[in-house]
Design a protein around this ligand. Structure first.
Ligand SMILES: Nc1ncnc2c1ncn2[C@@H]1O[C@H](COP(=O)(O)OP(=O)(O)OP(=O)(O)O)[C@@H](O)[C@H]1O
Length: 316
């Protein structure tokens, strides 16, 4: 009898990013081990796993901070590339191929500034990296430096004279004002970023990333250090970014209340290897995930599940 094909998920049908057989080795340590997964266009995708699982290393490969030891990272603007388009760009050694209604970027071949500037992938960091001595508004203007320099024609003459530059400057200010309002920091626009409370600094980081107009936003532990109210606000902000701007989001997060609440798709890593990949509901009930989080062998999973069931039963 023929095997029944499983229905395809959205992320299989239209991936904005395909991570294919990614390896990252540091000397003898294999931090990422033959990892493949897809990030759906318009989805919120969470990458989770115990400490040291390799999550930040994956981010560093995607955003050009590390050059992977092996693997292909395909970012698709507009629509997923055809097999022929993908083969062409892979074989001809180019970094990117722009078609009439799409562009395909092989991120593993690109330095970080091209991943952000050309491929339009923005990120935030586990440890906040704002310019603390600059004002909140200045942080958002600096984020748009590349676009402004391009509008100046990279010349001093451009800075003083070109009408295109003045228009670009106006647009940058408007965009900064928009994001300040979106993250509730308009009142603090002229304060040094370093004076903001922690949760507000996290929101400013996201606003700064959004000012660069990304199609994929990568957030490294955006809820770390937030109180429950701030975590809820973060959920709302991320939902709004997705709904109003169509930006796809990939996040690393330990806070399960954020992950399970807002993700369309969850990928779980343990020791650099993917152990689960699916909807939040499927992943939550996957014995391998339970085992990894509780730090037990797979053999002991049934025992763990029985304990969990008993505990849940006892509560209800
Ligand atoms: N630049 C590096 N040089 C050597 N080893 C590294 C480097 N970066 C990461 N590692 C190692 O790779 C492994 C994965 O680390 P990584 O920071 O990616 O994990 P993580 O899942 O993000 O962890 P956490 O949740 O604690 O942030 C760890 O063993 C780490 O020590």
């Amino acid at each position: 009898m023929a095997e029944m094909a499983l229905p395809l998920h959205g992320w299989d049908k239209d991936p904005i990013l395909s991570v294919e057989h990614l390896f990252m080795r540091f000397g003898g340590l294999i931090a990422v081990n033959d990892l493949s997964f897809k990030v759906g266009r318009g989805d919120i995708t969470a990458l989770i796993g115990p400490n040291g699982a390799g999550k930040t290393t994956v981010f560093n490969c995607i955003t050009g901070f590390y050059k992977p030891s092996e693997g292909r990272l395909v970012l698709a603007h507009g629509r997923a590339p055809t097999d022929a388009e993908l083969a062409a760009v892979t074989l001809n050694g180019e970094r990117a191929l722009a078609g009439p209604d799409a562009g395909v970027y092989l991120l593993e071949r690109m330095p970080d500034y091209k991943v952000s500037g050309e491929a339009k992938v923005a990120r935030t960091f586990q440890n906040i990296r704002l310019f603390t001595g600059m004002t909140v508004l200045e942080n958002l203007m600096v984020a748009q430096h590349n676009a402004l320099m391009a509008a100046s024609g990279y010349s001093l003459k451009g800075l003083f004279g070109l009408p295109g530059y003045t228009a670009a400057q106006r647009q940058a200010t408007e965009r900064a004002k928009y994001w300040l309002d979106k993250v509730g920091l308009t009142e603090r626009a002229d304060d040094p970023a370093g004076d903001l409370p922690y949760g507000a600094q996290r929101r400013l980081e996201i606003a700064r990333a959004m000012c660069s107009g990304p199609i994929l936003l990568c957030l490294d532990e955006p809820a770390a250090g937030l109180n429950p109210r701030e975590s809820l606000e973060l959920n709302e902000l991320l939902r709004a970014i997705r709904a109003e701007h169509g930006t796809s989001i990939l996040l690393i997060e330990h806070d399960m209340s954020v992950v399970m609440e807002i993700s369309d798709h969850v990928v779980v890593l343990d020791y650099g290897t993917k152990i689960s990949d699916g909807t939040p509901e499927a992943v939550k009930n996957d014995p391998r995930v339970i085992a990894a989080y509780l730090g037990v062998d797979e053999d002991a999973v049934e025992e763990v599940e029985a304990v969990l069931d008993e505990a849940t039963g006892a509560q209800s």
